[in-house]
Design a protein around this ligand. Structure first.
Ligand code: CTP
Length: 410
């Protein structure tokens, strides 16, 4: 039986083009056996006809705070008590701002203030609005109060732009609500981006990693219900929604943050391009150009991934390998040498994919199996890699039987 069966769910719908997805959501909740009362903001009625919700849920839609007939049937305080869960999907930027402030200027915000039920919100807005510091501050306030923020998703938006802000699909919300995302409750540690190894106070050694693959993967894993911590080198990317981020600069800093948290992680994903070496002597002052030649003495950095994989309580480990030739042979020997559960390898240095590219292709290997992903945008690739990771993780650790897949191709 679905954990949603018999639940009394108040489904709030705000004015956003994504309101049409709330119709799918209302239907999915009913199918799972939940009782659903839809409450919209006045703006939402511009997007979906009230009768649609009424027909799907079997209950008249509520919208007005001062509607004498509706209030006589069940006033807003009774409605707030009736709800076992409140889910607002789509939640517009304006709605999030109003509940963050504790405003009660329409029926939906009043109910959010008057209820003791857990509150879930699925934001939907243009990417610039989502990234705006005001929206991010509101999301921070709401999270701090225990509000569960579902998504948003990345990708093509109704306004024609591309980025974070799309409302999650109804199916994904239903899974997260029911707590049966493939990685629900699984804690995942992800490293991403380059590291910087100081030469002196103003110079450093680093590499061309953009962090895009690791960030996209962290977002995709959170979308499967995982609790994701992202340990990130310096990159120019916003934090993925629903992901806790710890910023580091050097490989040693990354190693110490990872070491402190690896014991709590069920899965470790090493997507960072960690500098293999660091300068031995780092003066406290800027090095002057006195000599014609200068030699930089380097010492190896710890291999963060190999160290985690060698722990007695090692989490399920996914590593990455960037190779310029003999992709499969080199990646498989890396998988074995580091004792990994999975490795995602790609060819670099060619014309397609790799570090600074928007697209990538991957060959994924694990003991006894392989899977090839064709050249895809990094976000799409990350979603598919996250799905495969969930399957392999369950096969290795969980009670579910192995999928049996050993040489699937897209
Ligand atoms: N890695 C790490 N710590 C390091 C170096 C690498 O955690 N100090 C991780 C990376 O995050 C990646 C994998 O190990 O998941 C890459 O392994 P590595 O042996 O460094 O592969 P390449 O960078 O491809 O190196 P090589 O020069 O050996 O081919």
């Amino acid at each position: 039986m679905s954990p949603l069966a018999g639940k009394r769910i108040l489904l709030g719908v705000t004015g956003s083009i994504a309101a049409y997805k709330a119709v799918e959501l209302a239907r999915g909740l009913r199918r799972a056996g939940a009782e659903v009362q839809v409450v919209t903001t006045p703006g939402a009625r511009e997007f979906v006809a009230p009768l649609t919700f009424q027909a799907l849920t079997g209950r008249p839609l509520r919208c007005e705070l001062f509607d004498p007939a509706a209030e006589a049937a069940m006033d807003h305080i009774e409605l707030a008590r009736w709800a076992e869960w409140v889910l607002v999907a789509p939640a517009s930027a304006d709605f999030l701002a109003r509940i963050a402030q504790g405003l009660a200027d329409d029926l939906l915000t009043t109910l959010c203030l008057a209820t003791e039920a857990p509150l879930w919100v699925a934001p939907a807005m243009n990417r610039v609005m989502w990234r705006h510091p005001a929206t991010q501050a509101n999301i921070g306030v709401l999270r701090g109060r225990g509000v569960r923020v579902l998504g948003p998703d990345q990708g093509a938006q109704a306004c024609g732009e591309e980025g974070p802000g799309r409302m999650l699909e109804a199916e994904a919300i239903l899974r997260l609500l029911a707590g049966d995302g493939p990685l629900s409750g699984v804690s995942v540690l992800v490293t991403a981006g380059p590291t910087r190894e100081p030469i002196d106070p103003v110079r450093f050694l680093s590499n061309r990693s953009s962090g895009r693959m690791g960030y996209a993967l962290a977002a995709a894993l959170a979308g499967l219900g995982a609790e994701v911590t992202l340990v990130s080198g310096p990159v120019a990317l916003p934090s993925p929604p629903g992901v806790a981020r710890v910023n580091v600069e050097t490989a040693l800093e990354m190693a110490s943050v990872v070491e402190a948290r690896a014991g709590d992680a069920a899965i470790f994903v090493a997507a960072a391009a960690v500098a293999d070496y660091r300068p031995v002597h780092v003066p406290g002052h800027k090095i002057k150009k006195r000599d014609a030649r200068r030699t930089l003495e380097l010492t190896p950095n710890p291999d963060i991934l190999a160290t985690v994989a060698a722990r007695p309580d090692a989490p399920f480990c996914l590593g990455f390998a960037a190779e310029t030739r003999d992709l499969e042979a080199n990646a498989r020997s890396k998988l074995e040498a580091k004792g990994l559960d999975m490795i995602a390898a790609n060819l670099v240095g060619g014309s397609e994919g790799g570090f600074e590219s928007e697209d990538n292709a991957l060959l994924v290997l694990w003991p006894g199996g392989r899977h090839e992903f064709p050249l895809l945008p990094k976000q799409a690739l990350a979603r598919r890699l996250a799905d495969l990771l969930a399957v392999r993780f369950r096969a290795a650790r969980g009670p579910e039987p192995d999928s049996g897949e050993s040489d699937a191709r897209d």
